[in-house]
Design a protein around this ligand. Structure first.
Ligand code: NDP
Ligand code: DXP
Ligand code: MN
Length: 386
């Protein structure tokens, strides 16, 4: 048995793909603890199949419903306390951090401080408090293994290389659901349309982030922290097929890329088994069938969210925290049909413009900035501009 797993967000897109990886490599993994929000039915199924010792749900009511079904042999907790228990269970060796949003920060930090290896899908954690998360990981001598497909690709390209030879990272972007529409054509798009990602089946929040290009913005900040590179050395390239997951250019002009069919089981398993590789049940890449790979230069006027993310990342302090929190609120409002699509990046921009950033913020200052940004973004009534 190589890893004993704690999984935050086990009922989500990354969580269920992680359990699919476990199913494919039963002798490699044991599931120790799981957490979910409100999906009681799926949690009960996961408990019956994987026999965790502890699980947690978002609310007491959901936890009681799970406990009533599974009996006393599994401890069912709830709320923030439950997330911390799941993340730091003494028997777990490895945390898969796959909650959505900056609510993943506290439990992920706790797992780092408890010495668990981290498989990081929850990019918002690194965006909101990158300097704290990376410093704590270094102190605890804990690896942060990327699950996000682009960062896994870069991590694989950098294997055995010296960071001083890296000229730049090139993060690929599919362009999301509306990549073939101009900005003015986005005024009346629906939630249903925005949720149709061309290449990946993912949770709702990241699918909207992909449509606004905020996902790529968050990934630029994530790459800055994971690979300790200046923003001037991080580029974004439109690549509609999502076959090249990202690239690294070296100072001698050589460019390394990692390719594969879009299937999160591949980066998830690599993060779990690194430095080893094991077989994965996936569709193998057939380049002759694909025949053509396309690329387009990034347009920062079309994708305002990406420009805002570069600006917030470069500004540092609490600006990335505010970018992330305002975006979380704006995306949730769009998903509830409260605001139009184009209001998402406008709300983020207005929130950033109104924020007084703190330099080298503490965890408490980050949480304060996060709360302030959530309140501000929730209160904005936006005249939508093209
Ligand atoms: N999906 C993907 O392919 C990729 C995702 N990522 C990142 O991974 C993270 C997870 O994304 P994804 O799996 O798509 O998201 P999903 O929305 O599919 O899953 C989110 C998970 O978090 C749980 N959750 C939500 N709210 C709460 C809460 N208040 N308390 C406890 N648990 C909660 C959900 O539970 P429930 O189901 O019960 O609501 C679910 O298990 C995000 O940060 C995303 O950006 C990165 C790369 C690719
Ligand atoms: C699978 C994954 O890692 C997502 O972050 C994906 O990359 C989203 O695609 P785009 O943001 O490029 O549309
Ligand atoms: Mn990604």
């Amino acid at each position: 048995m190589s890893e004993k797993l704690a999984i935050l967000g086990s009922t989500g897109s990354i969580g269920t793909s992680t359990l699919e990886v476990v199913r494919g490599q039963r002798e490699e993994f044991e599931v120790i603890s799981l957490s979910a929000g409100s999906n009681v039915e799926l949690m009960i199924k996961q408990i019956r199949e994987f026999h965790p010792k502890v699980v947690s749900m978002a609310s007491r009511e959901a936890a009681e419903r799970v406990q009533a079904e599974v009996g006393p042999y599994v401890q069912v907790l709830w709320g923030e306390e439950g997330l911390l228990e799941v993340a730091t269970h003494p028997e777990a060796t490895y945390l898969v951090s796959a909650l959505v949003g900056s609510q993943g920060l506290r439990p992920t930090l706790a797992a780092i401080q408890a010495g668990k290896k981290i498989g990081l899908a929850n990019k918002e954690t690194l965006v909101t408090a990158g300097h704290i998360v990376t410093t704590e990981a270094q102190k605890a001598n804990v690896p942060l293994l990327p699950i996000d497909s682009e960062h896994s690709a870069i991590f694989q390209c950098l294997n055995g290389e010296s960071m001083s030879d890296v000229e730049r990272l090139i993060i690929t972007a599919s362009g999301g659901s509306f990549r073939d529409r101009s900005r003015t054509e986005l005024a009346n798009v629906t939630v249903e349309d925005a949720l149709k990602h061309p290449n990946w089946a993912m949770g709702a929040k990241i699918t909207i982030d992909s449509a606004t290009m905020m996902n790529k913005g968050l990934e630029v900040i994530e790459a800055h922290w994971l690979f300790e590179l200046d923003y001037d050395k991080i580029d974004v390239l439109l690549h509609p097929q999502s076959i090249i997951h990202s690239l690294v250019e070296f100072q001698d002009g050589a460019v390394m890329a990692q390719l594969g069919t879009p299937d999160m089981k591949v980066p998830i398993q690599y993060a779990l088994t690194f430095p080893n590789r094991l077989p994965v049940q996936t569709t193998k890449l057939d380049l002759a069938k694909i025949a053509t790979l396309d690329f387009r230069e990034m347009d920062f006027d079309r994708y305002v969210a990406l420009r805002l993310a570069f600006e917030a990342g470069r500004a540092g302090g609490t600006m990335p925290t505010v970018l992330n929190a305002a975006n979380e609120v704006a995306v949730a409002r769009f998903l509830r049909n409260e605001i139009p699509f184009l209001a998402i990046d406008r709300i983020v921009e207005l929130t950033l413009e109104s924020h007084q950033s703190s330099v080298n913020p503490t965890l408490e200052e980050i949480e304060e900035a996060d709360s302030w940004a959530r309140r501000f973004a929730a209160s904005q009534i936006i005249p939508v501009l093209g």
